[in-house]
Ligand binder design. Structure first.
Ligand SMILES: C[S@@+](CC[C@H](N)C(=O)[O-])C[C@H]1O[C@@H](n2cnc3c(N)ncnc32)[C@H](O)[C@@H]1O
Length: 192
């Protein structure tokens, strides 16, 4: 009986420690990046996919890929493209790897646990992002330097400061909801 109670106590302590670790990693993920892990709503995924307009042979990046839902949705419509998700927070990176583990084995889709400022995007044909304007501003010089001029850039809800989007799609969602507007850019140039 004593052994059973001791074993039970050990199991409870281990479960508590694991729970604390998971909560810690998740909270750390939120504060370690200037764009916390907030996914775009499922219901606007078709709009994002349509706007990205991925073609066979495209190389599509999700900068801050979260749980990988955008790349998964794109893959379902266009399986003959290459998909790369990058996220520097551990929790969303692991979540994407777990959620899409079957697809990762069979398709040209991968997730990198990395800071996207340290990645070279010269092979990109399409970029998708759901990031705050501060991050978009910091990213701009890098993207202007690295991207080919025909790269299609799709940003959900937030604009690159001082840059005119090629297209603005209003999804007509109520104020306060996420995923209200999609901004499309090509060959980003600073207004002078
Ligand atoms: C708002 S979420 C977007 C998730 C997903 N793209 C979507 O649309 O559902 C932003 C993600 O960007 C990641 N992130 C922020 N800064 C980053 C950086 N410098 N490098 C890589 N990932 C970053 C965060 O960890 C977070 O998961």
């Amino acid at each position: 009986m004593e052994t059973f109670v001791l074993s039970l106590q050990i199991v409870i302590v281990v479960i508590c420690l694991i729970t604390i670790c998971v909560i810690f990693v998740y909270q750390w993920s939120l504060f370690a990046t200037r764009a916390p892990f907030v996914e775009i709503p499922q219901e606007i995924l078709p709009d994002i996919v349509k706007t990205l307009d991925v073609k066979p042979g495209s190389v599509v990046y999700d900068l801050g890929s979260g749980d990988g839902r955008v790349l998964e949705a794109c893959y379902k419509i266009e399986p003959d493209a290459k998909y790369v998700g990058i996220d520097k927070a551990l929790a969303p990176y692991l979540l994407a790897k777990w959620k899409l583990r079957k697809l990762i084995k069979s398709a040209d889709i991968k997730f990198l646990h990395k800071n996207f400022f340290k990645h070279d995007f010269k092979d990109a044909t399409h970029l998708y992002m759901y990031l705050f304007p501060g991050l978009l501003k910091s990213l701009l010089p890098k993207l202007q330097k690295e991207l080919r001029s025909d790269v299609r850039i799709v940003s959900c809800d937030f604009m690159f400061p001082d840059i005119e989007p090629m297209e603005v799609i209003d999804l007509g969602r109520p104020k306060g909801k996420r995923g209200r507007k999609i901004y499309v850019y090509k060959f980003i140039k600073i207004k002078v």
